[in-house]
Design a binder for this molecule. Structure first.
Ligand SMILES: [Zn+2]
Length: 220
């Protein structure tokens, strides 16, 4: 399945972040993390730790009463926990909107990432910290992969996160390859193509290709 264009998803994710923060009475220019957001929305007891084998994934949204309960796998680290709960809050927002399309899971992930790193809070941190991905990731308690993609979304730089299993692109449109051979070629000749190539520091065999400006798609 083709990924939805970032141009379509980013405003939806931003809207979700605004609505969720409004309902939680929190300020999106100060990132407080998904645990705090969930507690403000659903109360202290809304997060339930489950043994790893009981859940098919890291987390699940469970409706046992009027408010949902978020089940998360025991043993997640702080960054994984933040991401997992943010993803479930994304699912909850889509549920409120009555959206159940085939891309709902992907969309919940995009909302989750935006919830961990709200656009306003990103710009505040970026002014203070600059482009240091490891430092920005620490500031928001997220993985460097998530932060690298959010940098693309918040600053618009065309960005590709390459992992052994999949490639995700974010930011402004760019003439990305359409075949695995094309990606290999681009990764090998990144500088010649006007891209920076950066290794992800907290996960194996992942790297980011980033352009400083969009090519081939003049901004309107
Ligand atoms: Zn999900």
């Amino acid at each position: 399945m083709r990924e939805m264009g970032s141009g379509l998803v980013d405003p939806v994710a931003d809207l979700a972040v605004r609505e969720i923060h409004q309902r939680a009475r929190l300020d999106p220019s100060r990132a407080v993390g998904a645990v705090r957001i969930a507690v403000e929305l659903f109360g202290e007891r809304c997060i339930c730790l489950a043994p790893p084998r009981e859940l098919p994934g890291p987390s699940a949204l469970v409706w046992a009463g009027p408010e949902p309960v978020i089940h998360v796998r025991r043993g997640l680290n702080a960054r994984q926990l933040n991401h997992a709960i943010a993803h479930e809050l994304g699912e909850w927002q889509l549920h409120l909107w009555g959206y159940h399309g085939p891309d709902a899971e992907e969309l919940a992930g995009r909302i989750g990432a935006a919830l961990c790193v709200p656009r306003e809070a990103f710009h505040v941190a970026h002014r203070a910290i600059g482009d240091d991905v490891a430092e920005l990731s620490r500031a928001f308690t997220v993985s460097e992969s998530l932060m690298s993609l959010r940098i693309g979304e918040c600053l618009g730089h065309p960005t590709a996160l390459i992992t052994p299993r999949r490639i995700r692109t974010r930011g402004d449109a760019w003439d990305w390859p359409t075949t695995s051979a094309g990606w290999r070629e681009l990764a090998a000749g990144a500088a010649a193509a006007g891209l920076t190539r950066e290794r992800i520091g907290d996960a194996w065999r992942r790297f980011v290709l980033r352009a400083s400006a969009a090519l081939g798609s003049p901004k309107t």
